[in-house]
Design a protein around this ligand. Structure first.
Ligand code: SF4
Length: 535
């Protein structure tokens, strides 16, 4: 079989293809987007397996569950905060008897390169009592994706693959192996195991707890968790997880003695291996990307008095990403801060909206509309338009989670704040904004919603919005917003004056109004032009 140079994301996608998936689902989110981009391109080229963008991570997960129920293998991928959205089907899917293999890839973002937080998805896997695999490199990402489907079908559970940004977005050579064919289309044999009525759910939960013991055994025996003991050096032993192994290995040549080492890439924890390692040294250093997950667990299983050092004890940085330099002090090595770079004055370049971005024109019009009010509140959401929090716009005041802008403006209005304006992109609106808008319709909340319809998911590279622009207004009307207070404007600077008047008029309306500001993202428009399509 050939070798390929692949991103970590692409290696997972290729592993899933070679594991015989029939379908893949996702909502775009950095650093996971390239998994589905790769699968969509593959699907166009090879006429399958199908790969789809979905309205949000929850609907993506539910579609993958349907494939599994029908007996086939499916992949669902998302960024870490997306799993919060998909948490309901995810947690419950652990206790249905997964039929066709179901693999969830979650890409965490330690260092918050493009995210609101640093949450560590390994907690979710532990919470649901399922297997989690955490690749160290692109080759493992490929192999683990293949193995994950086998584990899923062996234990009848969803299996999580946890990536981190630096692995998801870096390339390496991957040796491929023989592809497997897809499963037969055959419904789950015990449909009751999928009906989570309390009486069934109790049985299923009991079954999962029994199976968990087998998962622990799998983890003890897994070659993804190698243990190397050195009985001649007992000062300390090292545990690494996932990507942190690479940073540790980079420092090993500088150590006088090589400590005993356990690498963990498969969870549940290999508790026996951890105990063997602990008996070989006086203390244990833990290097893991993300939260102090292993470190906390160890405090519960190792003998009292065993010294454990890591993020909680302060020897390893508790926030941001690890790297070969910032773990050196914990290994007793001299600090190093990377190679000096030439004295080159670099100007500060904060992120900005692209020149000609339609959002910029919408914010100009909004600011003009709000200029006559002594105070106002503008809640916002997640997308390119979040950059309007920065100068020169300084036009929005909140960005918490997908869809929160609408509920927050409603709450502020309920509390008596006026004017309360929510700003959300078209893709984010369809992801998580429809439900809070229904709340606002139900109470005819005195607020104004501005939907910035740039006809794409701009921030993640221009994936198509799940419904075309032409159908957005129908969705808003279908929810029940009064037709006379649904206004379409063109987000262009030549209409700033006119648009600000429309916004002001709707702010003055004592009830709910929705303004849809339409103009295609300039980057997507350029791409469409290059591809010869419509812009
Ligand atoms: S990618 Fe598109 S939506 Fe995002 S800032 Fe650039 S022009 Fe605006």
């Amino acid at each position: 079989m050939p070798e390929m140079v692949l991103l970590g994301d692409e290696a997972v996608a290729m592993g899933a293809l070679h594991a015989g998936i029939s379908a893949a689902y996702a909502y775009p989110g950095t650093p996971s987007t390239e998994i589905t981009e790769f699968l969509i391109q593959n699907s166009k080229k090879n006429n399958g397996p199908s790969a789809h963008w979905c309205a949000n991570e929850k609907t993506a997960y539910e579609a993958a569950l349907g494939v599994s129920f029908a007996g086939r293998r499916s992949l669902v991928s998302m960024k870490h905060v997306g799993l919060n959205v998909a948490a309901d089907p995810f947690m419950n899917s652990a206790i249905v008897s997964i039929h066709g293999g179901l693999v969830l890839v979650v890409a965490d973002d330690p260092g918050m390169h493009s995210s609101q937080n640093e949450q560590d998805s390994r907690y979710f896997a532990d919470f649901a009592r399922i297997v989690c695999l955490e690749p160290t490199n692109q080759q493992e990402a490929y192999e683990m994706a293949r193995e994950a489907f086998d584990i899923s079908e062996r234990f009848h559970i969803p299996v999580m693959i946890r990536l981190v940004t630096r692995l998801a977005h870096s390339r390496s050579v991957v040796q491929l192996s023989e592809p497997r064919t897809e499963n037969k289309l055959e419904k789950a044999p015990e449909p009751n195991s999928w009906i989570l009525l309390p009486s069934n759910a109790r049985n299923q939960w009991h079954g999962l707890l029994d199976t968990y013991k087998e998962m622990q055994q799998y983890s003890e025996e897994s070659s993804f968790n190698p243990l190397t003991l050195n009985s001649t050096f007992t000062d300390y032993a090292v545990i690494t997880t996932g990507l942190a192994k690479n940073y540790y290995l980079e420092n090993v040549p500088d150590l006088n003695e090589q400590p005993s080492h356990l690498h963990i890439s498969a969870y549940p924890f290999p508790a026996e291996k951890i105990r063997s390692l602990a008996s070989s040294a006086k203390k244990i250093l833990i290097l893991e990307e993300g939260y102090p997950f292993v470190e906390r667990f160890l405090r519960g299983i190792l003998p009292n008095g065993m010294e454990i050092i890591g993020k909680e004890s302060g020897e390893v940085p508790a926030e941001g990403e690890l790297n070969p330099d910032n773990i050196r002090p914990a290994l007793g090595l001299e600090s190093r801060t990377g190679s000096p770079h030439p004295d080159m004055p670099l100007s500060n370049r904060p992120p900005q909206l692209c020149p000609g971005c339609p959002h910029a024109d919408s914010f100009n019009a909004l600011k003009m509309a709000l200029s006559g009010y002594g105070k106002s509140m503008v809640t916002s959401d997640i997308g390119c338009y979040t950059l309007a929090a920065l100068p020169p716009y300084s036009a929005i005041e909140t960005t918490v989670n997908m869809g929160a802008s609408i509920g927050m403006a409603k709450g502020a209005s309920d509390a008596g704040y006026f004017p309360a304006v929510a700003v959300i992109g078209d893709s984010t609106f369809l992801h998580s904004g429809v439900s809070p808008l229904i709340d606002a319709v139900a109470h005819n909340t005195n607020m104004t919603l501005v939907i910035l319809d740039n006809e794409t998911t701009g921030m993640t590279g221009g994936q198509p919005t799940i419904l075309p622009s032409s159908r957005l207004e129908k969705v808003v009307l279908g929810i029940g917003v009064e037709p006379e207070h649904v206004k379409l404007i063109e987000a262009h600077r030549k209409f700033d004056e006119e648009n600000s008047k429309v916004i002001k008029q709707e702010i003055e309306y004592n009830g709910l109004s929705v303004i849809i500001a339409v103009r295609e993202c300039v980057e997507t428009a350029k791409r469409h032009k290059r591809e010869g399509g419509q812009s």
